[in-house]
Design a protein around this ligand. Structure first.
Ligand SMILES: Nc1ncnc2c1ncn2[C@@H]1O[C@H](COP(=O)(O)OP(=O)(O)OP(=O)(O)O)[C@@H](O)[C@H]1O
Ligand SMILES: [Mg+2]
Length: 251
């Protein structure tokens, strides 16, 4: 089942101003199916963050189409988009963005509370996810009470709370030491394997990308090549390094 479909996407920054135009995306087309774990890689400035921002409804494209669950998000108005994001999308941010004044269970539940879901349903869902990630003992704690690894698991539970069609992650291993990077990637793999979540992750980190099932390389705003993992992470890691060395611009 197709979750995400992108047709001939372009993004030109400063298109309507005097400043020099930058063509950040130049005709990107791709499809992501239910249960996939897809990585987007490419050198610095290749358009990864721009692409993710458009796919996740944070920014608008210049031309092209983006369908999520067969809904055309490129034509949505701002309010409609905000609601669509809250109900259909999940996010994992680089620094996890937990709110310090909310308990962990409130952090996880926030979008459902905003959506005025039944308290009993919210509690059941929060309990289920906290058990899934083995953080059930932390419900009443605050973000400043817990370790970095626990924060990662809270962030993953929060991303899953609304049963999103797709979860977007931008450089989830950026700024992390290798142990924490391994942790967050294992958590994302667990989400994908055991909850059949669909995940699209942008990264320039070959180690993070090696956890994906498929990696799409972009450069100068265009798709260059995509490669598939056949389950052996070490082999896939080597393959990613090889493609990176051919594509150039490793950062
Ligand atoms: N708001 C903006 N205004 C003008 N140009 C921009 C803007 N954001 C990004 N760009 C340009 O668009 C191109 C793509 O940038 P983008 O941030 O998508 O790259 P990236 O692949 O995420 O890079 P990195 O790996 O460094 O994060 C770059 O040339 C960048 O300078
Ligand atoms: Mg970026």
């Amino acid at each position: 089942m197709e979750i995400l479909k992108v047709n001939n996407l372009t993004k030109v920054y400063n298109a309507y101003k005097e400043a020099k135009e930058v063509k950040a995306l130049d005709g990107i087309s791709l499809t992501v199916n239910k249960g996939e774990f897809v990585g987007i890689m490419g050198p610095s400035g290749s358009g990864k963050t721009t692409l993710l921002n458009i796919l996740s409804g944070v920014d608008k494209c210049t031309s092209g189409e983006v369908f999520i669950n067969n809904k055309d998000i490129s034509s949505m108005k701002k309010d409609q988009m905000a609601l669509f994001r809250r109900r259909n999308l999940g996010y994992i941010f680089q620094d996890f963005n937990l709110l310090d004044s909310l308990t962990l269970q409130e952090n996880i539940a926030l979008t459902l509370i905003l959506d005025k879901k039944r308290p009993q349903d919210i509690e059941n869902r929060v309990n289920k996810l906290m058990n899934f990630f083995s953080i059930e003992g932390l419900k009443e704690k605050y973000p400043y009470h817990i370790s970095g690894g626990e924060k990662q698991r809270v962030a993953a539970a929060r991303a899953l709370i609304n049963e999103p069609a797709i979860i977007f992650a931008d450089e989830p291993t950026g700024n992390l030491d290798s142990k924490s990077a391994t942790n967050i990637m294992s958590i994302m793999s667990k989400m994908n394997d055991e909850m059949n979540s669909t995940v699209l992750m942008v990264t320039h980190d070959p180690f993070a990308a090696s956890f994906c099932k498929r990696v799409i390389f972009i450069k100068d705003g265009k798709v260059k090549i995509e490669i598939n993992s056949h389950g052996d992470r070490k082999k896939f890691f080597d393959k990613i390094l090889e493609v990176q060395s051919v594509i150039g611009g490793v950062n």
